[in-house]
Design a protein around this ligand. Structure first.
Ligand SMILES: C[S@@+](CC[C@H](N)C(=O)[O-])C[C@H]1O[C@@H](n2cnc3c(N)ncnc32)[C@H](O)[C@@H]1O
Length: 211
């Protein structure tokens, strides 16, 4: 079964648009220069992020968890020409790599990288967002949702990554992190301010739309 899933993923990846050649350079640098390259969104999910962003054409995007800048650049492809993408990263070394690639990407003027803890930065942002990508510490997803929901326009999309947590979400006895992700998915499902669909792409993306 696992073989079929990875073959299907490979087929989908090989038959999907690569929107930006700089993404291949970021992927290479991430494998060479970081300890956890698997955190990167990767080609298939990256193309999905670009497609969603191009359909939505957001004026303002917020990303929580920049890592090496891959998903920020994917999302920036759909940004309104006068729009802004704020991306937050707490690790200075990751932020340095991200800033190198953001300058090479053609989105240097529209992507603003903020270095620090997203939990203290988000409350200070006086901006309404049309698209939010939550992809930092999994234990805090619920808190991130609470921090951003009132800063989102009606119809805004909030995308939360890794909500299937390598399939551990189905374990009967869940570890602490998995339980918190499960609680987040259940909270979203019952929140009447939003509607949602979980896509089983890569590690699971919860696509949440503010009503
Ligand atoms: C899964 S990676 C992000 C991957 C990236 N979005 C991509 O698709 O290429 C998560 C990142 O969030 C950062 N992070 C973790 N906790 C954070 C926090 N409280 N505030 C800001 N960044 C955080 C980590 O340092 C890491 O670089």
């Amino acid at each position: 079964m696992q073989d079929i899933i990875s073959d299907i993923n490979e087929y989908c990846q090989n038959h999907s648009t690569i929107f930006d050649p700089v993404l291949l350079d970021i992927e290479r640098a991430t494998f060479l220069r970081t300890l956890a390259p698997r955190m990167l969104s990767g080609q298939l999910q990256g193309s999905l992020l670009t497609m969603i962003s191009k359909i939505k054409q957001p004026k303002n995007i917020l990303e929580i968890g920049t890592f090496t800048g891959y998903s920020a650049i994917c999302l920036a492809h759909g940004l309104d020409p006068k729009g802004t993408l704020i991306t937050i990263e707490c690790d200075a070394e990751n932020a340095l790599i991200a800033s190198e690639f953001i300058s090479l990407s053609g989105f240097a003027d529209s992507i603003h990288l903020m270095v620090g803890d997203a939990k203290s930065i988000i409350p200070k942002l006086d901006i309404i967002f049309d698209l939010v990508f939550i992809d930092a510490d999994k234990e805090a997803y619920s808190q991130y949702f609470d921090l951003v929901i009132d800063k989102c326009s009606s119809g805004a999309l909030i995308l939360a990554d890794n909500v299937l947590w390598s399939g551990k979400i189905l374990d009967e006895k869940k570890d602490k992190k998995t339980s918190l992700i499960d609680e987040f998915n259940k909270k979203i499902h019952h929140d009447t301010r939003v509607e949602n669909v979980i896509l089983p792409v890569r590690d699971g993306i919860n696509v949440i739309r503010k009503i």
